[in-house]
Design a protein around this ligand. Structure first.
Ligand code: VGL
Ligand code: ZN
Length: 201
């Protein structure tokens, strides 16, 4: 059992990130049994849900560009994705095998059309907070364990922000799966280590 000051943050285990989904992560559904078991061990559990309006600026289709290309946004470079996790769609729903009921909080992110939000703490402008920091601090949480999808995007950005905010952070890599776009997994692991994130099994 984890200590009373530890929270489990489960990132984006949604249909669109699992095999058959619009932005499928290889083996994305394989992690679910372990994630469900971990949820029993932590006193505080948070699920995040990527939650985009139909015309979201991270969608390649909106820019007449190829998916997985990069554009410059006012807040910096942004990878363009296939249309995914449109709010209210089946693709945006949690995977049916994920234990949703035990979660204390479901945090939605990426709902502003003009800015993407990989991190569970800040949108991609690195300025707009989601409110999760306050929620965790008010509950007395000092230590965070991250699992979910995708390892090299939403998990990594969330873990790095959490470490910068002063939480003690680990990523349970066996319960993550990556998109791995042009070496993004290796880069994300280096960036996490540099930020003081512990990469654990
Ligand atoms: C994610 C790309 C776009 C993620 C979300 O959950 O890692 N990646 N939206
Ligand atoms: Zn997204």
């Amino acid at each position: 059992m984890a200590a009373a000051t530890e929270a489990l943050i489960v990132i984006d285990i949604q249909n669109d990130f699992c095999p058959g989904g619009a932005l499928a992560v290889a083996g994305g559904d394989e992690i679910i049994p372990r994630v469900n078991a971990l949820m029993q061990e932590f006193p505080v559990t948070v699920l995040t849900q990527d939650w985009h309006p139909e015309e979201h600026s991270s969608f390649a289709a909106l820019h007449d560009a190829a998916p997985f290309s990069t554009i410059q946004m006012p807040y910096g470079p942004q990878t363009l994705w296939p249309v995914h996790c449109v709010w209210g769609s089946e693709g945006a729903a949690f995977h049916p095998k994920l234990s949703v009921d035990p979660a204390d909080l479901i945090l939605r992110k990426g709902f502003r059309p003009e800015v993407d939000s990989y991190s569970a703490f800040f949108e991609n402008d690195h300025l707009t907070p989601t409110g999760l920091t306050g929620y965790l601090r008010e509950r007395g949480i000092t230590d965070l364990a991250f699992v979910g999808l995708a390892h090299d995007f939403c998990v990594a950005w969330s873990a790095i922000d959490a470490a910068k905010l002063g939480f003690r952070v680990k990523v349970l890599e066996g319960a993550c799966r990556a998109i791995d776009l042009n070496g993004s997994l290796a880069a994300a692991r280096d960036a996490m280590r540099a930020a003081g994130v512990v990469l654990a099994e």
